[in-house]
Write a protein that binds this ligand. Structure first.
Ligand SMILES: [Zn+2]
Length: 144
């Protein structure tokens, strides 16, 4: 293992036996995100996503690396980056990325048969449509 780079080790960790034990990283971290969201609901504006949990884990590893540099931290940081990428690829495969901003939109919003939109982009689409209607209505000759 000593001749392997941290990327080789990270890849082995992410694609090795863990998949069978924990399931796809999207499902694994989505479960954690759901539990953490329930526990922290009083502090959150919206639920955490799998991606958020992975980013928090990157923060844990960065903090440990700053405190005491270790190769294991760097292997895990590479592994979490790989996990994050796998989660985005899986969301793309499951059609769970917003069509506009490409952010995660699990169970995204549908507008005129087109989906998924994330809640923020769906709001903007509705506002733009309302402004367009107002502008169009203002141009119409008024009826007596
Ligand atoms: Zn969006």
């Amino acid at each position: 293992m000593t001749s392997d780079t941290i990327l080789d080790e990270a890849k082995e960790l992410v694609y090795g036996d863990r998949g069978a034990a924990y399931g796809h990283p999207l499902d694994d971290y989505a479960r954690t995100a759901g539990a953490a969201s329930a526990l922290l609901a009083h502090k959150l504006r919206e639920p955490l996503l799998a991606e958020d949990v992975i980013i928090i884990m990157e923060c844990v590893k960065l903090s440990r690396e700053v405190n005491s540099p270790k190769r294991d931290n760097r292997v895990d940081m590479a592994g979490y980056a790989l996990c994050l990428d796998r989660v985005y690829e899986e969301r793309r495969a499951r059609q769970e990325l917003c069509l506009v901003c490409h952010k995660p939109a699990p169970g995204g919003v549908e507008i005129n048969g087109i989906w998924p939109f994330c809640p923020a982009c769906a709001r903007k689409e509705h506002e733009d449509a309302a402004q367009h209607k107002e502008a169009t209505d203002a141009r119409q000759p008024s009826t007596p």
